[in-house]
Design a protein around this ligand. Structure first.
Ligand SMILES: [Cu+2]
Length: 158
């Protein structure tokens, strides 16, 4: 693991520098945001069961691409080494075509999150319960730069 990380360290350096900048200026806002995204007790009623979601550099990988409508628990684990989050938005827009704001983040005033985890450090997990209705969704990480690096995927609720 250490050797692996060291081998890729040069490649990560720029990305890490970018993340650090964002954390430095955006930290207050994201702390405040966690109040509304807070810990809901997972219930799981009406859904098929939990959906595991693996976060990493730079991918967003749900164990299933779809789920039945209801209260869904996303069991989110950061398998990477830098902080990541899961943001759940309902939209018909293609997963890689979401509009961004002037800060380069996916515009959450256009795509209102139905739920989000806190920013999870590497090897951390969080269970996120979200009430979902049928339609098209995008799962993404909205830490600056991560969406562009590939941390998004389509998700369907039937
Ligand atoms: Cu991320």
């Amino acid at each position: 693991m250490r050797v692996f990380a060291a081998a890729r360290a040069s490649g990560f350096a720029l990305l890490l520098a970018g993340s650090a900048l964002v954390l430095a200026c955006g930290g207050g806002a994201s702390e405040g945001g966690s109040a509304s995204g807070g810990a809901k007790a997972p219930e799981g009623k009406g859904a098929e069961g939990p959906v595991a979601v693996a976060l990493s550099e730079w991918a967003m990988k749900p164990a299933s691409p779809s789920v039945k409508a209801g209260n869904v628990v996303f069991k989110v684990t950061n398998n990477g080494t830098t902080p990541h989050e899961l943001v759940v938005v309902k939209t018909d827009v293609a997963q890689d075509k979401l509009e961004k704001n002037s800060s380069g983040l996916v515009d959450e005033t256009k795509y209102k999150p139905l739920g989000r985890t806190k920013q999870l450090d590497g090897a951390k997990s969080e269970d996120l319960a979200v009430d979902v209705t049928p339609g098209k969704y995008v799962l993404l990480c909205n830490i600056a730069g991560h969406y562009d690096l590939g941390m998004h995927t389509a998700f369907t609720v039937n």
